[in-house]
Design a protein around this ligand. Sequence first.
Ligand SMILES: Cc1cc2nc3c(=O)[nH]c(=O)nc-3n(C[C@H](O)[C@H](O)[C@H](O)COP(=O)(O)OP(=O)(O)OC[C@H]3O[C@@H](n4cnc5c(N)ncnc54)[C@H](O)[C@@H]3O)c2cc1C
Length: 362
Amino acid sequence: MQPKKNHLTINHQPSTKKNLIIGHGIAGALLGYFLEQAGEECIYLDAPDQKAATQVAAGIINPITGRRFVKSWRIDDLVPFAQQLYRKLEQELDIRFYHERPLVRTLFNRGDENNWQARIQEDAYQNFFHEPPRLGNIPTLTEPAFSYLEVTQTAQVTIGVLVDALKAKRKKEGRFYDEAFEPEQLVIREKDVQYGDLVADRVLFCEGWCARFNPWFGDLPYGGNKGEVLLIRLPNAQLEQMFKHRVFIVPFTDDLYWVGSTSENQFTSDEPTPEGKAYLQARLEEVLTTPYELVDHRAAIRPTVKDRRPFLGLHLTYPQLGIFNGLGTKGASLAPFWAKHFADFLAFNKELDFAVDIQRFK
Ligand SMILES: Cc1cc2nc3c(=O)[nH]c(=O)nc-3n(C[C@H](O)[C@H](O)[C@H](O)COP(=O)(O)OP(=O)(O)OC[C@H]3O[C@@H](n4cnc5c(N)ncnc54)[C@H](O)[C@@H]3O)c2cc1C
């Protein structure tokens, strides 16, 4: 097939590796960042009509999750790395998107309290709770709860703002195109690929949930989980903490708060639904004692995977094709560490951790 004639170009040094990155959510944006840091060149394609999970997420980093208050996988590596990267990017891009905020969680009953009390005795959990919990304005805005706990080493990362800033910079540099990738236009050659006028060493797919339709990586064990959220205005609430009482209420921008989310493994579209909205409003009405204004209602699909580990690696037959996906419900904490890990593998031949390597499904 004749490659499509198009306008994609890369002005490169002959010795520099060239990457075509498909998808510019948090995965593609950060993978490209680390490849560029390693001296490689990247050109980005992002479909403007897809709903990116990155643009709907609150970007909560929460090291302790669930009814049993268990530390998330590899969190001791992930959180410090993410923190350092996000602070560095705030400086480099001159924007604010990384907010260290404690997380206050409701304890609903004696059973919850016992689970938590048992957990805080463990050495590995010593740095993850603050006692007593600092409640700030929570008691004036919400119904009284059985009890509360405060999780530390938490943050809210407006990853949509970060990705948009990187996109604006890359557009200015002529390396970003608001276009859907068309698989039938890709010519896989012996050592590289051609896409229209562009010749690149690799194509790296970072398509989030849409990867299940990818002709080369579509057979990986994807899940997919739909989430709906509300944006509400709580005038003068001055809530500094993230608060979880069945759903999260998270300070977002100005006096806007992110409320979420729903979680559906079965869905027929990625659009917001009346049921999702009603569910979230019911949760708000259970807990808030102050009126709120509904500002927006959004939905997107989380790129979850069956074994809850990211997907990194190269295609077995076509090593010019790679994938970075499977960030699931935790893109804000997973993306920095694993984007660097994958970039080190691609640029410097460092070993891929088998836990995230797609070769685990061979
Ligand atoms: C409701 C909700 C709440 C969430 N809350 C949190 C949270 O609090 N904390 C947290 O850490 N994570 C959260 N997440 C998860 C987080 O959003 C994801 O883990 C992360 O954003 C995934 O990033 P990604 O880049 O892999 O995918 P996406 O952000 O979905 O980006 C994929 C991109 O690829 C593009 N694309 C797809 N196909 C093509 C194609 N053929 N050509 C060109 N471009 C293409 C799409 O347009 C999109 O821009 C939440 C997700 C949802 C939906």
